[in-house]
Design a protein around this ligand. Structure first.
Ligand code: FE2
Length: 363
């Protein structure tokens, strides 16, 4: 097997550009059970932007908003609305990582840079991926402070953690015809391998369709499905996203839990809105997936989906978009052997997604 020229330890964090970081932080705290752990802004002598770091399990998000109309975040939000700006990887060597991807054609946005304060040194760099989205490489081994230099520790614990453990996968939507370009980008520039291939035959209804390919890094820990719209009679959900986000971007972030029933029950009690699953979905579920540990009645009550493949099964559920525009949403997933993404559920879900699109007048 070829050596992995870009060893990535994990997703270090995901940074969002949002209209109001303070309110977003409390949305994620109250609805999704995140702790607020670090902050930068006027009180830390940053006059350009405000950021809140929020964490749950191994998931770490940074929510950033602009304090001036001239900050890049302000322009980004005006164009895209709230969305993911950067998916950052934890690496052992930022310089070697950036050299590996630069020599293979990556566009560098931030050269390797060290930020220092009394708590040590934090080194990072970043490159472009689809749309205006970035990937960063982060080395925080020599940093002992809160998140990064410039941030102050903040301890606002969630009152209602929901058991989210880690990021499972991050999905990008790209323009019609661009999926293979980005699959090749991840393969040739970042050394990822292509996992599975769904065609629009797999994922279609009468109206809308998509094509999706999945790439993963050398360790298999980091998985990025990439979607493009496919022809349908009406507007695909991917086109709806591209129209409202004004270009490619992150469509959904899937997060693992060890007990999806408890997690979804808590999220529902906190007010998180999920995609409606038609009752007809459950009528044939037992025949489709066979025996599983969970009670089918309980899954139906909570609107949880099940899919099985040769390796095992998975349980999953999708939220509705979490901002005003129909763009980013979340998936909660519990895996029992299956390494898939729920392809058997896509069609059932499309019916539900189209109901939502119809309500928005965007189908
Ligand atoms: Fe997913």
């Amino acid at each position: 097997m070829a050596t992995d020229f870009l060893p990535l330890n994990a997703i270090d964090h995901i940074e969002f550009y949002v209209g109001n970081a303070f309110q977003a932080a409390h949305f994620y705290r109250n609805m999704f059970g995140f702790d607020i752990t670090a902050y930068r802004g006027l009180e830390t002598r940053d006059r350009e932007r405000t950021s809140y770091v929020i964490e749950q399990g191994k998931v770490r998000f940074v929510l950033t908003s602009a304090l001036t109309p001239d900050h890049e975040c302000a322009r980004h939000c005006q164009l895209h609305g709230d969305g993911v700006k950067t998916v950052a990887f934890d690496v052992d060597d930022v310089d070697a990582s950036i050299e590996a991807v630069r020599s293979r054609g990556a566009t560098i946005v931030a050269k390797p840079t060290t930020l220092e304060d009394d708590f040590g040194a934090y080194r990072f760099a970043s490159i472009r991926t689809y749309g205006e989205t970035l990937h960063a490489f982060v080395d925080r081994k020599k940093y002992k402070g809160a998140f990064a230099p410039g941030f102050a520790e903040k301890k606002v614990a969630s009152t209602n953690g929901v058991g989210i453990a880690a990021v499972d996968h991050v999905v990008g939507n790209v323009e019609l015809g661009a999926m293979n370009h980005w699959v090749n980008f991840y393969r040739s520039v970042l050394g990822f391998e292509q996992l599975a291939h769904f065609t629009d035959d797999d994922i279609s209804t009468e109206y809308s369709a998509l094509m999706s390919k999945v790439v993963q890094n050398g360790t298999g820990k980091i998985k990025f499905p990439i979607n493009e719209p496919a022809d349908g009679k009406k507007k695909s959900q991917i086109e709806e996203y591209l129209d409202f986000y004004r270009g490619p971007g992150v469509q959904h972030i899937a997060m693992n839990t060890g007990d999806i029933c408890a997690t979804v029950k808590n999220l529902r009690e906190n007010g998180v809105r999920f995609l409606h699953v038609p009752d007809t979905y459950y009528a044939t579920l037992i025949e489709r997936v066979g025996k599983i540990d969970e009670d089918f009645g309980r899954l139906q009550e909570l609107g949880i989906l099940v899919d099985r493949d040769e390796d095992g099964y998975l349980l999953q559920v999708f939220t509705q978009p979490v901002e005003d525009r129909p763009t980013l949403f979340y998936e909660i997933i519990e895996r029992h052997g299956s390494r898939g993404f729920g392809v058997g559920n896509f069609k059932a879900l499309f019916v539900s997604i189209e109901e939502e699109q119809r309500r928005r007048g965007t189908l």
